[in-house]
Design a protein around this ligand. Sequence first.
Ligand code: FDA
Length: 282
Amino acid sequence: MKLLTFLAKSFVAGETPESAIIAVKKLNSMGILATLDVLGENVKNKEMAEDAVQTYLDLLDIINNNGIQSHVSLKLTQMGLDIDDEYCYQNVRKIVERAKNYNNFVRIDMEGSPYTQRTLDIYSRLKKEFDNVGIVIQAYLYRSEEDIKYLNSINAKVRLCKGAYKESKSIAIKKMKEIRKNFLDLASILFNDGNYPAIATHDSYLLKEIKKMAKEKNISNDKFEFQMLYGIRSKTQERIANEGYNIRIYVPFGTHWLPYFYRRLRERKENLWFLIKNLFKR
Ligand code: FDA
């Protein structure tokens, strides 16, 4: 367990808001934006959900007091979606409202497929009242094209990613080549009709194709942003910022890092190699 904790540190900006703020300040000093994530998901009781809500409310105060450039990202199952949808909605609403007071923005992450429609429903309800809230769409799901068309129709801000959960082949594309193709098709719909899309990937091929697409469609750099995860391809993150693109890093922190850490390791062998190499460098 000690070894795992040590390894997780490469992907997680410490356990406290203070350590995460230090990481964000460093990113901001390089011209890179952030979105802070309090690690946690699938909470089973109200006490834990309310703790998470309070942590986010405090975090928004801290972001404002420190004058750093950071949004927040959260998961609905951390806000009590496994307990009750209305309860979850009310919890997230408090956070979005606090963020609005600070002119800040809340991104609702997308979790596994049992939650997709419920996440969209809660998001749509929030979007009727607030503009400072966005959502995530996963390119591996067959349903995503329809979802994006709907989200464009309500002027939603969408983060596009490949998708990180184990899904069955009846609902999700399995071949990487096809996921990439769908990612580009969906990005094209977002560039045509979307509202400041966020393109979340570390994939060199997709990064190159998206830059090309933006140029061909005459989308200026202030009309979209790239997003990457803390600790993955840091040099590429810096380079993209230096090229004049907006880039935002998802910075997770907290003690509940295990599920997040497993998803990162499952995604790529490179991530594991990177950790092992760093281990031996010390
Ligand atoms: P992927 O892991 O598929 O790698 C493809 C290529 O990227 C490699 O061949 C290589 O070129 C390059 N690469 C990747 N890692 C590298 C490394 N360490 N070193 C060198 N090269 C490397 N998922 C979800 O289901 N819901 C969500 O809400 C979110 N939110 C989210 C936010 C942000 C900001 C990001 C970046 C990602 C997410 N995700 C997510 C995760 C996402 O769905 C996906 O699982 C991961 O981003 C991995 O896919 P990639 O496209 O990044 O590259």
